[in-house]
Design a binder for this molecule. Structure first.
Ligand code: NAD
Length: 493
């Protein structure tokens, strides 16, 4: 199998590194891609190309830029089947989910093509009729875009589309676990001016670190774990570089006593098990008020048992494998810790080999009687593990839900307006869903509070993350007076 080339300065080039990363299909364990583990010379070439291209790209008229971003979207749609298959083969995500994500990726480029064209700043009232005051928003320059493994194209689109719309140029680095789909998607950037988009591959610790430290990178847009985010923030801090950090979460989900239990069971299961539980905003802590806890838990166990763990290429598969052997081992250890802390494992929680496949499959675990404050409520478990915690009443559930270092998303199931308002006001979270978890929208801001991140993606806020304001004050000299400089000329004295 050939080693993929990387995109630098509009050309598909070989890396100067001799090191290779084999990309493994987590369902079958086959090698489905070979990409270079790029080195510092590649980083330097990519950043230099982006720096050179940025001046002209920023001057490109809005309409022309918008047309080019729409063209990227259209080329992504043309590659839907190839991209979706590639995502499934290198992440283990069920194929139907991969197919659905491609429209969202393309749609994000369309959205920012238009938003970037129509919104560049604002004027504000002058003090006199000779004055014009306004704020313009300028691109940062060269953006480093780094994304995790779980939604390789969508999360890249959330950075690349607004960054380009705002007039920046980009060097992007996908996760070393699944970089192939991003290299395929890079074909959609081929018609952009050379250097505007560059794609390099490699591990976070080496090429990722070299990229964020590069002095000509002006903004780091990072999505990944809180641990890596902390390291990146401190490196960026020493260089006084702007960062946008979309990090981990241990999102709460509350089922109040008035909730429609059937909807809550299906909604909570989806919110926790989508993408085999490998979603930043998945509901990792499920609080159920005592009155309905038994009924909810019994029905959830029954529902989870009906789900099919298996080959992600099959249309009736609900849950695919975990992304890697390490991820599987981590989950097993975390479940063991939760049980040691007092939780009861009432379903699943073991390795399985469905459809005759050798991959990293895990039967979804259901933990009940999870003590608040134990590992299952304080560690991010990035896999199919449902943790049910009983709350005395609505107030107790809201208090426990907010008892976290993180603040990414929160979901509640209720039709009671009082519960909705109380939960919305008291739970720190960047996204708040009522009866409809995990929905996002290009026009609505997405991001985390507390240890879940700094900054926002999507919406106007997501565009503003890639540009900085400049206040412009023009005092147009109509006649040679009046000026308000405090110093008089010497001759006046
Ligand atoms: P990770 O932090 O291990 O890696 C993310 C990316 O950062 C990868 O491309 C990696 O190579 C790179 N990287 C790691 N360390 C780096 C460093 N020091 N310098 C530069 N680059 C570095 O995360 P992961 O395991 O791929 O993804 C799972 C994590 O991502 C979870 O914590 C999840 O909650 C989080 N996540 C957050 C969001 C969000 O929007 N908030 C979305 C998806 C995933």
């Amino acid at each position: 199998m050939e080693v993929s080339r990387i995109l630098i300065n509009g050309e598909w080039v070989s890396s100067s590194s001799k090191k290779i990363i084999d990309v493994q299909n987590p369902a079958t364990l086959e090698i489905v891609g070979r990409v270079p583990a790029c080195n510092e010379a590649d980083v330097n070439a990519a950043v230099a190309a982006a720096k050179k291209a940025q001046i002209d790209w920023n001057k490109t008229p809005g309409l022309e830029k918008a047309q080019q971003l729409h063209e990227v979207a259209s080329r992504i749609r043309d590659m839907e089947e190839e991209l979706a298959t590639s995502i499934t083969k290198e992440t283990g995500k069920p194929l139907c989910e991969s197919v659905e994500s491609i429209e969202n990726v393309a749609g994000c480029f369309d959205y920012y093509a238009e938003v970037g064209r129509s919104e560049r700043g604002h004027t504000f009232p002058p003090v006199s009729r000779h004055q014009v005051n306004f704020t313009i928003k300028e691109p940062y320059g060269v953006v480093a875009a780094i994304v995790p493994f779980n939604f390789p194209l969508l999360l890249m689109a959330w950075k690349v589309a607004p960054a380009l719309a705002a007039g920046n140029t980009v060097v992007c680095k996908p996760s070393y676990l699944n970089p192939t789909s991003n290299l395929i998607m890079a074909r959609a950037y081929e018609d952009l001016p050379p250097g505007v988009m560059n794609v390099i591959t490699g591990t976070g610790g080496t090429v990722g670190g070299q990229l964020i430290r590069h002095p000509d990178v002006n903004l780091i847009a990072f999505t990944g774990s809180t641990e890596a985010g902390r390291r990146i923030a401190s490196e960026a801090g020493t260089q006084l570089k702007e960062v946008n950090l979309e990090l981990g979460g241990i999102d709460p989900l509350i089922v109040f006593e008035d909730a429609d239990i059937d909807i809550a069971v299906r909604g909570a299961t989806y919110a926790r098990l989508l993408n085999a539980g490998q979603v930043c905003t998945s509901s990792k802590r499920i609080y159920v008020v005592e009155k309905i806890a038994k009924e909810f838990t019994d029905r959830m166990i029954k529902h989870v048992k009906s789900l099919r763990v298996g080959d992600p290429m099959k249309p009736d598969t609900d849950i695919g494998p975990l992304v890697s052997a390490e991820a599987l081992e981590d989950i097993e250890q975390q479940v063991a810790r939760a049980v040691k802390d007092g939780a009861k494992l009432v379903h699943g929680g073991k390795r399985v080999q469905p459809d005759g496949l050798k991959g990293f499959f895990y039967e979804p675990a259901i933990l009940v009687d999870v003590p608040q404050g134990s590992a299952a409520t304080t560690e991010e478990i990035f896999g199919p593990v449902i943790a049910v915690i009983v709350a005395k009443d609505a107030d107790d559930a809201i208090r426990k839900a907010n008892d976290s270092e993180y603040g990414l998303g929160a979901t509640i199931f209720t039709n009671n307006l009082e519960y909705m308002m109380k939960a919305m006001e008291n739970i720190k979270a960047g996204s708040f869903w009522v009866n409809d978890p995990l929905t996002d929208n290009d026009a609505g801001a997405f991001g985390g509070m507390r240890a879940s991140g700094i900054g926002r993606e999507l919406g106007i806020e997501g565009l503003d993350a890639f540009r900085e304001p400049k206040h412009v004050h023009i005092d147009y000299v109509m006649e040679s007076k009046p000026f308000w400089f405090p110093y008089r000329e010497r001759e006046d004295e």
